[in-house]
Design a protein around this ligand. Structure first.
Ligand SMILES: [Fe+2]
Length: 161
């Protein structure tokens, strides 16, 4: 959420857009409530069948958000945060600017966050290594313009990259 808001500031988003982005960043994975714990906690890689189940979490999340009219504006971040810039993501295979901005931001900040904290299946890497990792996905996974801004912010904070 903090990383998303840094990007929001750099993009000069409105306060309403920032509010939505903040909440979307916190709740984007809410659909994992509907995924089996055994899959969520599994160390190592998922089987094809488990991966298919896991890939349902954005749609489950969007359904949950759909019940709460007050937060409907975070739907784009919840539903589309696993879309990829080149159109090979899920659930809908959206590409480029067809992916809502909220989701393009969260794709970057969530990936960065995931890389820099310990996970059940992987140790954290430092910020510098995480930025390099993200840059591997520029244009394929991530929006190049947004990633450039994000790297600029992180570099200015002193990651040493
Ligand atoms: Fe997710």
């Amino acid at each position: 959420m903090r990383y998303s808001l840094k990007l929001a500031d750099a993009l000069a988003l409105s306060s309403k857009e920032k509010e939505d982005l903040k909440l979307a960043s916190i709740l984007h994975d809410i659909g994992k409530i509907g995924i089996d714990d055994a899959i969520l906690r599994k160390g190592g890689s998922l089987s094809a069948e488990e991966e298919l189940k896991m890939r349902r979490h954005p749609e489950i999340g969007a359904r949950i958000i759909g019940f709460a009219d007050e937060i409907k504006d975070i739907m784009p971040g919840v539903r589309y945060h696993h879309e990829r810039f080149d159109g090979s993501g899920y659930p809908d295979g959206l590409a480029r600017e067809a992916i809502p901005l909220q989701a393009r931001i969260i794709a970057i900040t969530d990936a960065f966050d995931a890389l820099t904290i310990d996970r059940p299946y992987r140790k954290a890497i430092d910020r510098e290594a995480a930025l390099v990792e993200l840059l591997n996905g520029v244009g394929s996974q991530f929006d190049p313009a947004l990633l450039e801004i994000f790297c600029g912010i992180m570099r200015a904070e002193g990651t040493g990259v």
